[in-house]
Design a protein around this ligand. Structure first.
Ligand SMILES: Cc1cc2nc3c(=O)[nH]c(=O)nc-3n(C[C@H](O)[C@H](O)[C@H](O)COP(=O)(O)OP(=O)(O)OC[C@H]3O[C@@H](n4cnc5c(N)ncnc54)[C@H](O)[C@@H]3O)c2cc1C
Length: 368
């Protein structure tokens, strides 16, 4: 195990060395740190975060987990993460609450039953709340196992529980990265850290000059994500409605006193540091147009929202990729980084040749 510390007196003589440096203290970096320490409690680990932990894309997340996946790999990641979040929420008192949900679609019912993992019995015509409408051929299904989280708090609490075992350097940007016998990270305060292994978990900051060239072959892109806020107070027990054909959902947020409407914004190649990455009038127009087809009474109350961005892979699956020996990128979960974070962490730890824990990485077959 590396020492992980150096005194001021010998800072010039003895490099600051760690076994594992994790760049990025979002929900994915937090879960990777958790999983790495669970795999090897003696590992010296540092999390390097340019701002505060949880304040990147994780702080803007709608925080929804649905048991669904468009591909077999994402369904496997979903199963794994579903059970891991249940366990982590219980053990660590995380701000995660279960939500009843209904899926609505006028498309191929077979595609619905393949994509979603915990569907109830289909209703034809769709069983919708009062005031809602849908195409005449639309059906609905109850969807079990959905939950909503305060993702920023989840990341912060997981990292808080690791302090003492993991060094957390906030306000610390990694400005350069080079690899030789170890990986050398230069930090914004000027010091350097030498790490046997490095994980890059920078969320949408994939274009940072320290790693942009390394990531270029992965073909990742950054897309704007918008979730509108609906000024209408949820009633107790209001379900989430998933508009499958629109790739959209309406989520009651009783703790905030409004609904959130997530829909697909198709603006690509934005930067998380771009001052122009804001809620535009056209964003609200787009949200109202989609929601208005199903819940016109709510569309009129669509007056504000949250905007940020996330990294996406060409195949729309999360990426865990070894860029150089001992240097792994983890992320590009394409708007699903919260719900898939435990499985991404397990894959990352395995890619670092650490033994992932049974709990978080064993293919889990049992049903929740
Ligand atoms: C509006 C919105 C709604 C969403 N809704 C959902 C949802 O319902 N369900 C879901 O699963 N996902 C959702 N997502 C996606 C999800 O939030 C992200 O996929 C997830 O938060 C990504 O986590 P991360 O740890 O990779 O990135 P981040 O949370 O962005 O963390 C990366 C961290 O790296 C740090 N960093 C970057 N560069 C450096 C550097 N050079 N040095 C040091 N630190 C650095 C950043 O400061 C940041 O804190 C949503 C996203 C948005 C924007």
């Amino acid at each position: 195990m590396a020492t992980g510390t150096s005194s001021d007196a010998d800072a010039d003589a003895q490099p600051d060395t760690v076994d594992l440096a994790i760049v990025g203290g979002g929900v994915i970096g937090a879960l990777i740190a958790y999983e790495a320490i669970a795999a090897d409690p003696d590992l010296s680990v540092v999390i390097l975060e340019r701002g505060l932990v949880g304040q990147g894309a994780s702080s803007r997340s709608a925080g929804v987990h649905f048991p669904r996946g468009a591909t077999a790999r994402v369904r496997a990641l979903t199963e794994h993460s579903h059970l891991a979040w249940q366990q982590l929420a219980g053990e660590h008192g995380l701000p995660i609450r279960e939500v009843d949900a209904t899926v609505v679609s006028a498309g191929d019912p077979f595609a619905i039953s393949t994509t979603y993992l915990r569907l109830g019995v289909q209703s034809t015509p769709a069983d919708l709340p009062a005031g809602w409408s849908a195409p005449p051929d639309a059906r609905s299904w109850p969807l079990y196992g959905c939950q909503h989280a305060d993702v920023q708090q989840v990341a912060a609490r997981i990292i808080a529980g690791l302090r003492g075992r993991v060094r957390v350097l906030e306000g610390t940007e990694v400005t350069e990265l080079s690899s030789g016998s170890t990986h050398r990270l230069t930090l914004s305060q000027g010091q350097q850290i030498h790490a046997d292994r490095v994980v890059l978990a920078p969320g949408p900051w994939i274009g940072h000059p320290a790693w942009a060239d390394l990531l270029a072959p992965l073909g990742l892109r950054v897309k704007k994500i918008v979730a509108a806020h609906i000024e209408s107070t949820p009633a107790p027990g209001d379900p989430m409605t998933v508009l499958h054909d629109e790739d959209a959902f309406l989520l009651p947020l009783p703790e905030r006193g409004h609904f959130l409407f997530s829909y697909t914004c198709d603006r690509w190649d934005v930067s998380p540091d771009d001052a122009g990455l804001v809620l535009e009038p056209s964003d609200l127009d787009d949200a109202r147009a989609v929601l208005g087809r199903y819940a016109p009474h709510l569309a009129a109350s669509c007056t504000s929202g949250r905007v940020f961005c996330d990294a996406y892979s060409p195949h729309r699956e999360p990426v865990v990729a070894e860029l150089r020996p001992g240097l792994v990128f983890a992320g590009a979960a394409g708007g699903s980084g919260y719900r898939l974070a435990p499985a991404i962490a397990a894959e990352t730890v395995a890619a670092l040749d650490l033994a992932p824990t049974r709990v978080l990485s064993e293919p889990l077959q049992r049903q929740a």
